[in-house]
Design a binder for this molecule. Structure first.
Ligand code: CMC
Length: 423
């Protein structure tokens, strides 16, 4: 808390002094908690100017294109870290020692199996169900299996739930895929790392040995890291709000998955590939750009723009390079990538996109990578959900560790009918 104050004059009469709270880095906030005593609320649909909570986990400077997790730059994490190291950092606040990392990795690895009864849940879904719908149901249903760790006020319970979710998400995601193609589920293997294990459960069959391609595992590790957390985005805020009522962690993460699914958020990776296919050829790019710029057309250039980044999304820079590396290493010529590169080039020089500061975001390239390694499009957002689970858990845990935590209860600007008689 600083000694500086913001002064608010209401209708020229009332004068309210509001404390300013400085952040460690980046903009501070005006603490409006006592404003309600004046009889007014603030109005900020979409939370463009509102900090919904205090957090120590992730910092973003959207103008400079900076993303830090617990102070560590995303570029360094994506280049040098293993996904589970990043999970540890998000959860515990700093880089683990070798011993801490080994213990963490071993605990996560040894909890990747799911209860055998969970397989029965899948039978209730149509094979062509969208796997995000299945994930919402199955992750929420985990609460029915773990009554022993649902006390959200108990630090140990919260930690156990965190490990369970982190460990089991890839298993459930791979089960969704296997179910969709009518193949038997594959159990996890404890000798593989997190990314390898996911690919193994996705692509191995019971009929023959399967060796995970190290190029695929490396890039999945990178994709997991780049999606691990992104401060108070829609799905994380959903998890916090759901959790603020004391709801169990599995229900909260299920709510986060539902929020992530939207095409303006995590659903964008799937939608972006659909769009590139719809564009079809480089010659059609101009036509689609015009549609994106047309106020009367609801079409948007998916994979472009971000609420926070008004500069290049630092995750997109890493992803762009990874995308080129993977396609080169696998010797894949993908016409969709040619369209993506040309689209990026044209959009970045277009006055509309320059003026509105619309740069490619993380989802612009991730779909092309996932497609190159054989992951079907309907699984893209599930992979985002697997990666983001640690961010959701870290925020949920941080919220419950904060003694100031209260149930989230936004107010509204009422514009409906005044009282009237029902007769
Ligand atoms: N194509 C064309 N115009 C756009 C786009 C776009 N992709 N994004 C924003 N605009 C325009 C928008 O029409 C508006 O114009 P105006 O000021 O004239 O009304 C202006 O730019 C500001 O847009 P906004 O909708 O007010 O911005 P927002 O912060 O509410 O929305 C966004 C951010 C990501 C939802 C939006 O940019 C968008 O819909 N992008 C496409 C979907 C997408 O790629 N989503 C993935 C986000 S990154 C992954 C994640 O973190 O979930």
């Amino acid at each position: 808390m600083s000694n500086e104050k913001a002064v608010l004059h209401i209708k020229g009469k009332e004068k309210i002094e509001l404390p300013i709270i400085n952040s460690t880095v980046g903009p501070g906030v005006i603490d409006i908690r006592k404003l309600r005593e004046s009889g007014y609320f603030t109005f900020d649909p979409g939370f463009l100017s509102t900090a919904s909570c205090e957090s120590k986990i992730t910092y973003i400077d959207g103008n400079k294109g900076i993303l830090l997790h617990r102070g560590y730059p995303i570029e360094q994490l994506a280049t040098f870290a293993d996904y589970l190291e990043v999970c540890y950092i998000l959860l515990y606040g700093q880089k683990p020692s070798k011993k801490e990392y080994e213990k963490f990795k071993s605990t996560v690895t040894h909890h990747t199996m799911v209860h055998e009864q969970i397989a029965n849940f899948f039978q209730g879904f149509r094979r062509d169900a969208h796997p995000m719908a299945v994930m919402c149901g199955v992750v929420g249903a985990l609460a029915a299996f773990y009554h022993d760790s649902l006390d959200v006020n108990n630090d140990i319970h919260r930690e156990i739930a965190a490990y369970r979710l982190l460990s089991k998400m890839p298993t459930l995601a791979a089960m969704c895929y296997k179910y969709s193609i009518g193949q038997p589920f594959i159990y996890p293997r404890n000798d593989l790392n997190y990314a390898e294990n996911f690919l193994y459960m996705m692509f191995a069959t019971r009929c023959e040995d399967y060796k995970v391609n190290p190029v695929f595992a490396n890039v999945i590790n990178k994709i997991f890291i780049l999606h691990a957390d992104h401060e108070q985005n829609a799905s994380t805020s959903t998890v916090r709000l759901a959790g603020s009522s004391g709801a169990n962690p599995f229900a909260c993460i299920s709510a986060g998955i539902a929020s992530l699914w939207g095409p303006a958020h995590g659903g964008a990776n799937e939608a972006c590939l659909n769009m590139l296919e719809q564009i079809g050829t480089i010659h059609n790019i101009e036509k689609f750009l015009e549609k994106a710029k047309n106020k009367n057309d609801s079409f948007r250039l998916i994979g472009f723009g971000h609420r926070i980044y008004k500069n290049y999304d630092p995750r997109a820079s890493v992803m762009r390079k990874a995308c080129h590396d993977v396609l080169r290493e696998l010797n894949i010529q993908d016409p969709l990538l040619d369209i993506a590169i040309e689209l990026e080039r044209i959009a970045l020089t277009d006055e509309y996109f320059i003026q509105k500061k619309l740069y490619p975001n993380v989802d612009f390239y991730s779909g092309i990578i996932l497609k190159a390694i054989g992951i079907p499009r309907y699984m893209f957002t599930v992979i985002f959900a697997v990666s983001r689970t640690i961010g959701w858990i870290a925020h949920w845990n941080e919220m419950h560790s904060d003694s100031k935590n209260r149930i989230g209860r936004p107010r509204q600007l009422y514009s409906g009918e005044k009282i009237r008689k029902f007769d």
